[in-house]
Design a protein around this ligand. Sequence first.
Ligand code: AMP
Ligand code: MG
Length: 421
Amino acid sequence: MKQQSQNFNDCFDPRSGLVPIAEAEKQVFDQISPLSTTEVVSLPKALGRVLANAATSSIDVPPHANSAMDGFAIAGEALPSTDTKAFKILGEALAGKPWHGTCGENQTVRVTTGAMMPKGTDSVIIQEDVTIEGDQAIINPGHKAFANVRQAGEDLKRGEVTVDSGTKLSPAELGVLASTGIGRVEVFRKPIAAVFSTGDELMNAGETLAAGSIYDSNRYVLMGLLQNSGANVINLGVIPDDYDKTLEALSSARKKADLIITSGGVSTGSADFVIKALEQLGSIDLWRIAIRPGRPFAFGRIGDALFFGLPGNPVAVMVTYYRLLQPALRKLMGEHNLHPTPVLKARATTPFRKKPNRAEVYRAILSRDELGNPVVSSTGQQGSGLLSSMSQANCFVLLDDSDTTASPGDMVDVQPFHGLI
Ligand code: AMP
Ligand code: MG
């Protein structure tokens, strides 16, 4: 990567000096290479991990035809078409307890849901439609052959790829793998993320606040975001605004971590030592990204470790995380076929004011109006330091570089928080 802190030429917009967010997203994403190391873990430990090799089923699922209902199993061709017909009840099959005989034409076996279909049967009449007289089941005409039976392999076929490599395993995939008898899987190792906050003003929660200080909130936000994304996090505390200490902290972090994430200290203020230290230790791109909240943002490398320098303002930390860091982390963790996070349209009930030539991300509340249509309202003040707005919101409203202020009644793009991670 080029040294580029004085020179924004790759994606520099000469009119504003700002990098469009889409350009920044692409540049970061393209420079990430997936981790290659894998490990084998048991299925309960595999939640949220990324599968390294495609899984194939060695069996049909379900493995045998079975009843979908409680009822009576018969041969479909023996079903009455005009008159009521009696079938002799030979026995009972339960889920996990098959009936081992063979059912003849005018015979039936009582079955419960999940019971293996007895030999000679292919249809189930639900028990509510059957009258029992002694050892006879009386069945009316009008039933369909093959009804209420789940066929072998109708969920998954033997030899079929059930979960692709590069899939992040959700509860559904754990179940799919378990249904084919797989109890251990090979997954990519978790990346290690070292997190620092920077700033002389920062104190730790639990300490007594000194005059002019604030509590560090970014580190807690970032540790939560990274854990939710599936990284192992090393909490490296606060680095003061001091060049030597910044240098020392970053050079020790690079030995422990795949990625180093700092917040604050990446603007061009005189107390912003992160960029200077990065220039000394590795390579760094510093961008003023045309998104609010968000700029500035730094991306680089120290040895083998990736470096992400996020802004200091807490809401900007979250926005840049979602836009730039999370996709990079997913790629690093071996995920393929990254689906973009869903964006839907909702009618604004409050204005969303914006300046031209930059994207804006607003904290908002998505709900439904009296007709059930999606509507979205701002949480109020949108300052990039107002972290409480993130906690009140359940979605972002996204306005693009080219959009203008949205007025009440306009349809706007909404990105619900649920499903972001
Ligand atoms: P900076 O980019 O370092 O100039 O910080 C921009 C703003 O974000 C300043 O008001 C900082 O006090 C604030 N800030 C920086 N780091 C944190 C943090 N870890 N927690 C809360 N606020 C922060
Ligand atoms: Mg600072």
